[in-house]
Design a protein around this ligand. Structure first.
Ligand SMILES: NC(=O)c1ccc[n+]([C@@H]2O[C@H](COP(=O)([O-])OP(=O)(O)OC[C@H]3O[C@@H](n4cnc5c(N)ncnc54)[C@H](O)[C@@H]3O)[C@@H](O)[C@H]2O)c1
Ligand SMILES: O=C(O)[C@H](O)COP(=O)(O)O
Length: 524
């Protein structure tokens, strides 16, 4: 009988459902986690909420196969360490999102109408009506960073207030944004134009500290900032530095540690709650039910679609997987949408060679939008085989001294082979593309919008490209122009402040007789 340990205050429904199915369940939300784990070292499943699951805790459970986070955020679980020990980690996406969306609306209203201080004052016997002059939500602008389960529901819950909704989420399609009534825009514009900014992104290596002074300084005076996501995404010191001057109203639900005691944000938070976002009977029940259902489906049907650490080998910097994605997607764009690759050849130099299989998911995602990069290597290999794409990992020559670099080449066709390829590495902690096709020494940082123009080398071409962009007020941030001496071709890569419209690309193509002209925008 598999043992399931639930060392948290989770609705009893999970324990009942699993016991009925024949699992041996220990549910105890009172005993300290370490004690409980030591007393149940034969557990194969751990179902948790925000408890910190460290390598020490994992080491105490030698038979552990699955950790289920009954909730959304899994930043409290060492998912890489779990992967190293072949332990899958899953969350229960969307199970508590309505509770959080409603909490955000409650905070917006409570802070706008001073409900908490007004209650305290009136209870005391004071009558401070003019002190508590409020503001209305209706007709104002709300900016939402992260439009996943919670962000999208928040848009729906706010519909009655007829607000203008600005949003930023690289994974939200323009079509869905349109349907929701969200104007997709930049993070900067969200902070500059919103009366209310609500954060709904996960905490990870990319988002930690991203909400910082630069953004706070852009905020409108008196605007409200709501953090019901994670403490780590916001730089508290930066907020402290500008809060008074900008009169930012700050509502907060999340802390570095979920525990009693003084809170460092106490001096800057206008409302602070003890991580109440998911704390409703309804959300607790749904999260419990989903955790139990997913556990049963995992062991009895092999269903792993909610596993969040499939593509995470211990010891590999995740930036290399992002690089693999960037190289594959850029190379695929170089081929053009009418040329689908049927063979991928890869070279992994230096230490990267031992992580080759872990690059397959981001490569597959880079060439096929329908494949999600967080799937595991086996899923990716299966997907490529099903799609008819051969994957070849080449022997590499490490005497080239490329360091930790990778090349990805895509091939189209049978007899008449058409190919595109790129090589890249990480330098000074940034992604860098060093070769595109046979254009060497490119040294391009893949971020923002790039226009690629390939043409037979002749003087004056870069000037003509710059002139056409300038006529339309498109600003050039950077230009690279390597040559391929063998073919006599040149490549001009222009980084622009905005996307270059198709019509302008066509004009450039004709003006410089380009063999190739396309624009590419990298995901952040
Ligand atoms: N206060 C609470 O009790 C509570 C409850 C649930 C979730 N949360 C937190 O809220 C977060 C979001 O929850 P969710 O259920 O909506 O998760 P989700 O995974 O459905 O949505 C997160 C969204 O953020 C987007 N995103 C990731 N990085 C981004 C970036 N740099 N910029 C913009 N968008 C980015 C993703 O594309 C995704 O759409 C969780 O990770 C968790 O930390 C807090
Ligand atoms: O990420 C989540 O799901 C929330 O932060 C809820 O956390 P909790 O289950 O500890 O309340």
């Amino acid at each position: 009988m598999r043992k399931v340990l639930i060392p948290t205050k989770l609705d009893k429904f999970a324990a009942t459902m699993l016991s009925d199915r024949g699992y041996n369940v220990v549910l105890d939300g009172a005993t300290p986690l370490a004690d409980l784990v030591k007393a149940n070292s034969d557990a194969e499943v751990l179902i948790v909420r925000s408890e910190k699951i460290t390598p020490e805790i994992i080491d105490l459970l030698p038979q552990l196969k699955l950790i289920v986070r009954a909730g959304a955020g899994f930043n409290t679980i060492d998912i890489k360490y779990a992967r190293k020990h072949d332990i899958d980690v899953m969350n229960t996406p969307g199970a508590n999102s309505n509770a959080v969306a409603e909490e955000v609306v409650a905070m917006m209203l409570a802070a706008s109408r001073h409900l908490i201080p007004a209650d305290i004052s009136t209870r005391k016997g004071d009558w401070e009506k003019s002190k508590f002059m409020g503001r209305e939500l209706t007709g104002k602008t709300v900016g939402i960073l992260g439009l996943g389960h919670i962000g999208q529901l928040l848009v729906k819950r706010l519909a009655g207030f007829e607000m203008k909704v600005l949003g930023y989420d690289p994974m939200l399609s323009p079509a869905l944004a349109d349907k929701l009534g969200v104007e997709l825009t930049t993070v900067d514009r969200i902070f500059a134009e919103s009366d209310f900014v609500s954060l709904h992104i996960p905490e990870n290596d990319e988002t930690r500290g991203m909400v910082n002074r630069r953004l706070f300084e852009m905020m409108k005076p008196g605007a409200m900032l709501i953090n019901c996501a994670r403490a780590g995404i916001l730089n508290e010191e930066d907020l402290r530095a500008v809060k008074a001057e900008k009169k930012i109203v700050f509502c907060n639900d999340v802390y570095a540690k979920d525990a009693a005691g003084e809170k460092s944000v106490a001096d800057i938070a206008d409302i602070m709650l003890p991580h109440l976002g998911a704390n409703t009977h309804e959300a607790n029940f749904v999260a419990a039910k989903r955790a139990a259902e997913q556990t049963i489906a995992y062991f009895e049907q092999g269903i792993t679609n909610c596993v969040v650490n499939k593509a995470l080998p211990d010891g590999l910097d995740g930036k290399y997987q992002k690089l693999a994605y960037v190289l594959a997607s850029l190379t695929n764009a170089y081929l053009g949408k009418d040329n689908n690759p049927n063979r991928i050849e890869t070279s992994f130099y230096g230490e990267l060679a031992k992580y080759a299989k872990w690059m397959t998911p981001p490569i597959a995602a880079g060439i096929a939008a329908e494949f999600a990069a967080d799937q595991g290597p086996a899923d990716a290999e299966h997907f490529l085989a099903e799609t008819g794409i051969e994957l070849v990992n080449r022997e590499v020559d490490n005497t080239k001294h490329y360091g930790e670099a990778m090349s990805i080449d895509l091939f189209v066709g049978g007899n008449l082979i058409y190919k595109a390829g790129a090589r890249g590495t990480i330098t000074e902690n940034n992604l860098m593309i060093s070769r595109l096709n046979d254009f060497d020494q490119l040294y391009l940082e893949p971020s923002g919008h790039h226009l690629f123009v390939e043409y037979k080398d002749e003087p004056g071409v870069i000037g003509r490209i710059a002139g056409i962009l300038g006529e339309k007020n498109i600003n050039i941030i950077d230009i690279r122009a390597p040559q391929d001496l063998k073919s006599g071709l040149s490549l001009t890569v222009v980084k622009t402040n905005v996307e270059v419209p198709d019509m302008l690309i066509q004009k450039i193509r004709e003006a410089v007789k380009a063999s190739k002209a396309f624009q590419f925008t990298y995901l952040p």
